[in-house]
Design a protein around this ligand. Sequence first.
Ligand code: SF4
Length: 345
Amino acid sequence: MKRVPLLSYSYQEICQWWCDEGAKLGPQKRIFSEIIRSKLSLPLKSDSEISDKLLHKINETFEFLPLIAEDIRESKDDRTIKYLFRLSDGTKVESVAVPFHKKYTLCLSSQVGCAMGCKFCFTGTTGLTRHLKKEEILGQYLFVWNHLKDKFGHPSTPNIVFMGQGEPLHNFDVLKESIESFLEFPGLGLGPKQITVSTVGHAPGLKRWQELPPVNLAISLHSPFEKERTQMMPVNKVWSIDSLLEILEGYPWHHRKRINFEYLLLGDHNDSLEHADALADIVSRFPSMVNLIPFNPYPESPFQRPSDERLNAFKLRLVERKIRTMVRTTKGDDILAACGQLANQ
Ligand code: SF4
């Protein structure tokens, strides 16, 4: 009998399955939590609280991880780790674990490849192969978390950013189910503030934003000028900056629920003070924060990294305009694990 991925179920569906098998709900939460937190593999071993018949049924019904880690690389400069996963149909995706103080943040993929075609992005050169399934998104997280625990003994659940391969809002229904499962599965203990969804401004998805649990939103803006943004991000032809801002202005943002604007700085391209002023004009319309990301070159990329002088001047101008601004330090670029560098290599 073909086994089904356990992680494709919602927690309610798992409880329902359990009840349908005539088992008591009592030990179910603990057993499921143990699978999530440490075992990572079926079959389950004998357990005093459930019958051998039920154990047998669980083991013959479910498969746990629908992916295999084919390659794991650790950066020499820091403790960034990149994972290459092979999925059951032979396609591949990558996830990255990024250290931040004593915790890790896991950068998860939502699609195999990506249809958005951003000109500065390695993944964008590959095109879209397919959407990921819910169990493949959760599987990335659970594999990496358990690997980090084995390696470093990190006890707390890592934060999540949907900033790996793919445009998460292009795969909206699966993203929604995945986030709901991250929040409700016992053994994880994740809260919505620990999850960030990063989008190029996929308008159909943004219009449904409030269907998602109250997670963080990051908008990849990268240029404050329509024409230039279209050159960098072809989707801007369809979903212009103005139309995105109109959608965003329809939602109730406040200081505890701000928008993160991501701004990739390309050397001598979008890093002038004129850009900084126009960016400040846009983001000051919202409770917001700007993350400046110095570009990470990849093989044959047409762009370069900004100089330190231009990066610092850009940041200073935003700060003078009273915009909360952070510079995201580059991590993992020696293993092509930094932002925009993922392409299964
Ligand atoms: S930056 Fe994101 S949305 Fe754009 S092509 Fe790359 S993966 Fe897709």
